[in-house]
Design a protein around this ligand. Sequence first.
Ligand code: ACO
Length: 367
Amino acid sequence: MNVHLTKSQIGLDGVPAAETVLSHVDGERGELVIAGEHVADLAGKSSFEGVTARLWTGATGKALSEANVRASLGAARERAFRRLPELLPATRGLSIVDGFRAAIAPLRAENGLEHEATIVGAFPVIAGALVQRAEGGDPISPDPTLSHAADTLAMLLNRKPEPREVAALDAYFVTVCDHGMNASTFTTRVVASTQADLFAAVTAGYCALTGPLHGGAPEPVLEMLDAIGTPARIKPWVDNALERGERLMGFGHRVYRVRDPRADVLKAAIGRLAADGADLPFASEVEAYIRQALRRKNPDRPLETNVEFFTAILLDALAIPRPAFTPIFAVARAAGWTAHAREQQRTGRLIRPSSSYVGPIPGPANG
Ligand code: ACO
């Protein structure tokens, strides 16, 4: 009784809770393998639909091709658009992040259609509708002939995206579609381990994603860059923030002890996008100084750039409104969540850890 746990035990650091064929994070070497390929290789040659096909095939054992997934996501986006009148009322008065949660919660099975596609197809339609509403407009109807990335951008921006913009968003989707046992995937698997359905599991995963220690970091990254403003202010701003004990968004990771491999994949995608909106040299200068300052502050705890730093710059360069960043992360991560939920239901076991009781110990029971 009353055994206090260490910080690592409380955070379940390094505790494996599932066997998976979906993705693997090697934090010491800075490597991420998704569906059997290094993330940098995958982002160069696979579309979001291609990697999603591999994840769903791995999770269910049923072979799917990129073309199958492209067709089923296109159809699912159309079905979701038809359901918007039923999904959107619950989002009234809510922010985009909270409205997204309210709109995905009532998603349900549709006459025997694959739940995975229903979920992943609905996400960009809902995100697009919430963004349009925030700008005073009506939802833009999806085009099932487009790729998921192209249609997502069209629904968000209310215009035909350029090929370089589609390529950048597709690279982002591939890069962040799955990432081992991160907090939202673990949450998804815990819910799926009770044999609750995919809709419940993925809604729970989204809730876990919204916190700033996980998928809620990109908006604060841009706020930080705005607050720093000029190269001359980098050092004093960062030094002051660290002195106040603040966490700098977009840096540090529970698993990576070296640079998050996704950061460089996204940095390269921003370079190819060559958008006017992305001040990559300034962001790189801020990044370099923060890495140096974090090494000085925590010499024994490597704190490197994580995926969220360049996510923020990439999504901003695509003119996606900041309040939609977390839902857009969810659009991509839904591929991983649905795969993990299926894999958990097929091969896992109820996840039910224990806790260490540190409360008062009563005397012997009277009854
Ligand atoms: N800025 C400043 N200091 C930091 C940061 C940071 N970004 N991250 C960790 N530290 C410090 C902690 O304050 C702590 O210092 P202390 O020992 O003096 O108290 C030390 O480094 C160790 O931190 P932990 O709390 O053990 O790190 P943990 O593994 O729990 O945290 C996390 C990982 C949550 C990502 C953390 O690094 C963080 O808060 N980063 C900022 C938010 C962020 O970028 N979130 C996105 C993560 S990527 C993703 O989820 C998709």
